[in-house]
Design a protein around this ligand. Sequence first.
Ligand code: ADP
Ligand code: ASP
Ligand code: MG
Length: 324
Amino acid sequence: MNLIVQKFGGSSVADAGRLLRVSQIVREEREAGHDVLVVVSAQGDATDELLQKARGTSKTPPSRELDALLSAGEQVSAALTAMTLEAQGIPAVSLSAWQLPIRTDTVHGDASIRDVGVRRVRSELLRHRVVVVTGFQGVDELGDVTTLGRGGSDYTAVALAAAFGAKHCHIYTDVDGVYTADPRLCPTARRLERVSYEDMYALSRAGAQVLHDKCVALAQEKGVEPEVRSTVPKSAGTRICGEAAERIAGVTCRARRGDELSAVTVVGRALPSLAVEKRAILSLNAAGIVVRGVDAGTGTLTLYVARERDREALCAVHDAVLAE
Ligand code: ADP
Ligand code: ASP
Ligand code: MG
């Protein structure tokens, strides 16, 4: 089977215009001779809005009910995506995760995928339909809906690419690849052509939202090479694969729970490196940002700074350790 998996994030399916763009991308792949399996996230901020509604009813909603609620976001976008494809003359069918099924453990809100039923999707693909699957969710042994953790549609895409032996797994989002830092926070960040599984996993764990960490771990385990791309304009994107292109892959930042500090983490196979550590600390000193702690590990270096200056710290460390 000449299958391609295409995952579209929340901004890529946010409204009718964006869905039309999705249908163009799907059409291009079909015309190139691919069967297409689409994975969608909830539209725009739909998941946050559902969370807000839940919190309006209770400070601590039961996790089972929260999953039942949140899964509705992806259900809406999968149906709307299939309708848009049909309206464009592309035969399509939407399926919720339980219809495959995508089986998970019972950890509501952070479930892990155990296996994927392939029969229904295969028969739809044989009928030359585009199959649109809800991202971010599965079903546990009780038959209850589970969710895979925020950003979990990436994980669904890789699980399906592995289960169906897809040739490509394209993750479409609102940036045209993985950058050396979040390009919205750090204007000097540059796109990476490829990132190793290890570096991408470390970046995701340390806060780079662009790919879900379990998606990267599964991709490595199954040998899937996801490509992060933008729906507009077309660009080369970033491939996640076995080899690292750079000695330092990037820098990311995350607020630490329980205190007022943020962790700025440098990731790369060059680490640990005293020279990199020195450059990072000097850059913070020069910006007048106090370093409140340092963790040097294999492949990562983390510096703790006051949360209110973390964006400045991210950019300073980025420019210091990535300047060639
Ligand atoms: P989607 O809804 O498509 O899944 P996300 O918001 O989850 O999109 O992820 C994309 C966002 O990740 C970008 O808009 C960007 O701000 C952020 N991001 C964080 N770190 C990076 C990075 N190193 N490279 C690219 N984007 C990053
Ligand atoms: N809609 C879910 C979220 O907002 C999953 C995803 O976007 O991947 O976290
Ligand atoms: Mg995401």
